[in-house]
Design a protein around this ligand. Structure first.
Ligand code: GLN
Length: 309
């Protein structure tokens, strides 16, 4: 018997109950959220949206912003210029590790913090001032979402007050001349990017834009050129889930990115954009119930990239 998509999603939420782990305590402000929130959204190629659970909850995008900033930097500077400064190899290490190529100091990939901080500095041309660069990132991520995203100033301030490790990473890449601007400016912009507020619908639209050749399925705006999306989705598939990337690719098989506020975004090329939200995190810093929901959806709907139709 066929059930409406939203009813099916509701049923999945009701069955993904094992909520191990705890909410992020690295950013003090994030520890204050209601840990029981749970939501899923699915956007298909024509922009039709299906949701279930707390779909109106807002949370900070955190590391889910990384593939989008990477897309903007690729669109602005080209693949070659990016590859000179940020690699595309999975690090197999946690997201905040010092994963730099021996000799050059080039970060392994743009999905880990050191690579994302570097990527942030490559958005726009070299002459952009700090404020203009953030405006370009803000406008770009908003175009992916199809609406103007706000910054959570409390989360931003909270993360800046404990950003010692990200500052250290930025100083390291500055010492290798991988970034050329002031490390503090790079981290401030990157942390502000991570503090943009989204809901699961935004994640689903952003994912479908990447999965749909760079064209936002709701607004019709071509946000980045098509070849950029292929590269971004490839890096998400190999590095988006950090040191759990292999488990994720074998079990779920959808290019994805997680964030420590509890969001997960998945983009199945040409097909569907998915977003989940549940704040308790597993040991890799990804939402526990989000991972389960993705496993379930991928199995039920045959979404694994490597399974033939
Ligand atoms: N803003 C967080 C950080 O830089 C993002 C980490 C994440 O979501 N995995 O540490």
């Amino acid at each position: 018997m066929k059930v409406p998509v939203s009813d099916y999603l509701q049923q999945v939420l009701g069955e993904c109950l094992a909520d191990e782990g705890s909410v992020c305590d690295v950013i003090p402000e994030l520890a204050r959220v209601d840990p029981d929130q749970l939501a899923v959204a699915m956007c298909v190629a024509d922009g039709t949206m299906y949701t279930a659970g707390d779909a109106d909850s807002r949370f900070t995008i955190q590391s889910i912003s990384k593939p989008f900033t990477y897309a903007l930097a690729l669109a602005d500077r080209g693949e070659r210029a990016l590859l000179e400064r940020v690699g595309v190899e999975p690090s197999g290490d946690p997201f905040n590790e010092i994963s730099l190529e021996a000799g050059t100091g080039r970060p392994d990939n743009p999905m880990i913090n050191v690579g994302a901080i570097t990527t942030y500095t490559l958005v726009g041309d070299g002459d952009l001032g700090a404020q203009e660069r953030f405006e370009r990132v803000h406008a770009g991520l908003s175009a992916f979402a199809g609406r103007d995203l706000a910054v959570d100033e409390a989360v931003f301030a909270s993360e800046m007050s404990t950003a010692h490790r990200n500052l250290a990473l930025a100083h390291l890449v500055r010492s290798h001349d991988i970034i050329t601007c002031d490390p503090h400016e790079a981290v401030t912009g990157y942390v502000r990017q991570c503090a943009l507020l989204v809901g699961v619908r935004d994640l689903a639209v952003m994912a479908m834009t990447l999965a749909g050749h760079g064209r936002n399925p709701v607004t019709g705006v071509q946000v980045v050129p098509e070849p950029v999306c292929r590269l971004v989705l490839s890096v998400m598939a190999t590095s988006g889930m950090y040191d759990a990337a292999g488990d994720w690719m074998t079990q779920v098989g959808i290019p994805a990115k997680s964030g420590i506020a509890g969001g997960i975004l998945g983009a199945l090329p040409g097909q569907v954009g998915l977003g989940t939200f549940s704040p308790r995190l597993d040991r890799f810093g990804s939402s526990s119930r989000g991972v389960q929901i993705f496993e379930r959806l991928s199995t039920d709907m045959g979404m694994h990239l490597m399974s033939s139709p």
